[in-house]
Design a protein around this ligand. Structure first.
Ligand code: AMP
Length: 292
């Protein structure tokens, strides 16, 4: 695996591969890698000749009271995992490399950035869209892989790639979970043991709503919310931030499940913010990944 720290080197390695007729699959991450991230690298490997992973804790997508300063940065362990996975190129830029002096261009994706996390993390998706455009323009992959776990991020990236005519395919990959259903996340390391015991209730709540969607096609959003909340209520360490049913592409609210819907939650476990979601299909229940 080649590791580079500058945009010029990353661009040079990638353009050589591209000129040689090889296809490039790209997985942007913030590091503290787990099986979820590695599964995205495998999806990229299955579709492309070369796999590129970036590790960059993007300051622009953190609010002033959020965890940018203490976000885990175990670069040695991450590098070893990516080596084992057979990744071809690791790009680990400094902030000054991504945002050089005088940087002043922002990408703001209207519509899909509102609602769900957009409401509770002002500016977050502006930071996400901006860094994704920069990284995608440095690497210029044929395929970029993003997790369904961050479903609103996936919708934002799809929108920006479509709107700016970036000539690449965006692929969504299924959420990887612990045996008890908790979605893998770099932030799970913040959980106390008591919070860790309660956290799987989030996925149990989503599954409860999925069972309702299966048995009651056209179910109203409030009934889905109630099904979810039955798992969360009475757990003192969990506090619901939102639970909503939205269109998976536009993130517009859906009052009833009359077509495929994204049922997404944010829950605070102590001070750790956890997000998770399922895609619901009326009469079918949960489906794995949004494909369009
Ligand atoms: P992050 O490092 O949190 O910015 O995530 C980098 C990529 O990994 C994003 O596309 C996430 O959606 C994806 N990801 C994070 N957690 C998981 C998971 N449990 N399963 C699958 N993909 C994930």
């Amino acid at each position: 695996m080649i590791t580079v720290r500058t945009a010029a080197e990353a661009r040079w390695v990638c353009s050589n591969w591209r000129s040689a007729g090889e296809t490039l699959g790209f997985v942007p991450t913030m590091g503290a890698l787990h099986e979820g991230h590695l599964s995205l690298a495998r999806v990229a490997r299955g579709r492309c000749d070369r796999v590129v992973v970036s590790i960059f804790v993007n300051p622009l997508q953190f609010g002033p009271a959020e965890d940018f300063g203490c976000y885990p940065r175990p670069l040695e362990a991450d590098t070893a995992l990516l080596e084992q996975e057979g990744v071809d190129l690791l790009f680990v830029p400094e902030a000054s490399e991504v945002y050089p002096a005088g940087f002043s261009t922002w990408i703001e994706v209207e519509g899909v950035s509102a609602g769900l996390c957009g409401e509770f993390r002002p500016g977050h998706f502006k930071g996400v869209a901006t860094v994704c455009c920069i990284l995608l323009s440095i690497i210029r992959p044929h395929v970029a892989v993003f997790g369904q776990k961050d479903a609103q991020q996936l919708a934002v990236v799809r929108r920006v790639v479509q709107d700016l005519r970036l000539n690449m395919e965006i692929v969504g990959a299924p959420t990887i979970r612990e045996a008890d259903g908790l979605a893998l996340s770099s932030r799970n390391s913040y959980l106390s043991s008591a919070e860790r015991v309660e956290a799987p209730a989030i996925y149990r709540g989503l599954c409860r709503a999925a069972r309702l969607a299966k048995s009651c096609p056209g179910v109203p959003v409030q009934a889905l919310r109630d099904a979810f909340s039955e798992e969360i209520e009475g757990r003192p360490l969990l506090r619901l931030q939102y639970i909503d049913l939205v269109d998976p592409s536009t993130i517009a609210p859906m009052p009833v499940l009359d077509r495929r819907g994204l049922f997404a939650a944010a829950v605070l476990a102590g001070t750790t913010r956890l997000i998770d979601n399922v895609l619901l299909e009326p009469g079918t229940g949960a489906v794995e990944v949004e494909t369009c």
